[in-house]
Structure formats: C-alpha cells, structure tokens
Design a protein around this ligand. Structure first.
Ligand code: C5P
Length: 236
C-alpha cells in the first residue's frame, strides 16, 4: 500500500510494519516543484547511488535506514519518523548561500558550514536556527547536535569517496529519522539530486544544477556519474 508520495520517491508499506519499500522514480523537480521533467533511468541511477553511498556511510559506523536494494529502483528500509529539519553541509559556496550572504560561487570555506532548514514545501524549506527547531518541537537539542555530528562525519566519508573519483563534493542535504526505540538513523537519500558534485578538473556539474539551470542533459550527467563510480581504478 502506498503510504507517501514524494516528489522523487514513493513509500510503500510491507507485511512488516517496521519495514517500508521506497521506490525511486524518474521525476525531477526543481525550485520546489516549479520546474518538472522526467528523465529516463534517473530512478534507477539514484537508487543505485544512494544504496552505494549509504553502504559506505554504514561501514563508517553511522546507522542508516537502508536494509537492501530490491529490483532496479527500490530499497527496503527501516520505517522511521522523519525529523522535519534538513541538514545542509557546505564545503564550497554555491546555491542559496551565495544569494543569501553575497558570496562568490566557488569560495572554499575553511571548515564545513552546517545549516539547518525546516522541511516544509509550503514554506519553501526556510533556513532556521536551533531555537526554532527546539521551541516549535521539531527536534531536541540532543537530536540537533547528533545530526550535526553525524553529518560532518558523513561529509568526511563522502568527500574522500568523491575525490577518489575526481569529483569535488561542494554541498549536500541530509535527513534523519527516528525508530520507535528513539534511535536515530540517516534516512531519505544520498544522491546527486540532493548534492552538488563538480568535476575536479573541468568544474562540470554532475548534479541537479544541470537541470535547475538548464546547462546540459541531466540523464547524461547522471549516467557519467554512475560510470565514474563503477569504473575500476586505472592501476588495476
Ligand atoms: O539550495 P541550496 O544551495 O541551499 O542547496 C544546498 C544543497 O542541498 C544542494 O546540494 C541541494 O541540492 C540540496 N538541497 C536539497 N533539498 C532541498 C534543499 C537543498 O537536496 N530542499
């Protein structure tokens, strides 16, 4: 049974109430749904990439909702209550931080910048601070601190992974959820839809900015990214 229909994924129940099936689709939206298009194989590519990256993250000791990939476009995952606070980690200035703070795109931060956003389509995911999250009941201070700590560790894991593939991890967004026991898991997805990934040499985008700003073919960019991930190192 369909439990939830998101912009790029649908969540279905399974016989086990503690497990859900998540299907990645080919829909792509930007600017909070204002721009929409379907891209062939995008669901499959994102499902494969998210499965691989969540595996790396899990291996680094951070628990995720992922149980296993099933078929081409689906994952079995632990059911969680999503904390409605999105964590964005930025290594290099791009996107909304440039508009908000007048920074030049490409400026490299001395240390990763951590930002929190309230997950609300109606409000366009506004930037928030700790007090908003705590006082409005979206997360506790302990949860926020844990989310920041986990996100920074995930940044180390992902930066090192992408660099080996000749790609700079500019920024990315994470969502966390809690299971009934209260344990926090990384949830949602880790994909080029929610990250900025630039070729180290050419600066070309391998992410949703290709679609947002119409500077190329998204399917091609994601396809290249998937090939970059799966190709063997030159010295093997
Ligand atoms: O738009 P902004 O520059 O704040 O986005 C920062 C990072 O978070 C980008 O990689 C973007 O793809 C991701 N993001 C997201 N979902 C949102 C907002 C941002 O995946 N709702």
């Amino acid at each position: 049974m369909l439990l939830y229909e998101g912009k790029a994924k649908s969540v279905f129940s399974t016989k086990d109430p503690s497990i859900v099936r998540i299907r990645f689709n080919d829909k792509t939206t930007a600017f909070n749904g204002l721009k929409k298009e379907n891209f062939k194989n995008k669901g499959m590519t994102n499902c494969v990439i998210s499965t691989l990256l969540m595996g790396l993250i899990e291996h680094a000791g951070i628990e995720t909702h992922l149980i296993q990939m099933v078929g081409d476009t689906e994952q079995l995952c632990h059911s969680v209550d999503i904390i409605p606070v999105e964590v964005v980690i930025r290594n290099i200035a791009a996107g909304s931080i440039c508009r908000r703070l007048g920074l030049v795109k490409g400026y490299k931060f001395n240390r990763p910048i951590v930002e929190l956003f309230y997950k609300s389509d109606d409000l366009n995911d506004p930037l928030i601070n700790d007090q908003h999250a705590i006082d409005f009941g979206w997360a506790t201070l302990e949860q926020l601190d844990m989310m920041r700590r986990k996100s920074l560790k995930i940044n180390d894991v992902l930066q090192a992974f992408w660099l080996k593939k000749g790609i700079t991890l500019v920024d990315f967004k994470l969502e966390f959820g809690v299971v009934p026991s209260g344990k926090m898991l990384l949830a949602d997805e880790v994909t080029p839809d929610g990250s900025r990934l630039w070729d180290v040499e050419t600066g070309d985008n391998f992410d949703k900015d290709v679609f947002r700003y119409g500077n190329g073919e998204l399917s091609e960019a994601y396809d290249k990214l998937l090939r970059r991930i799966t190709e063997l190192p030159q010295n093997l």
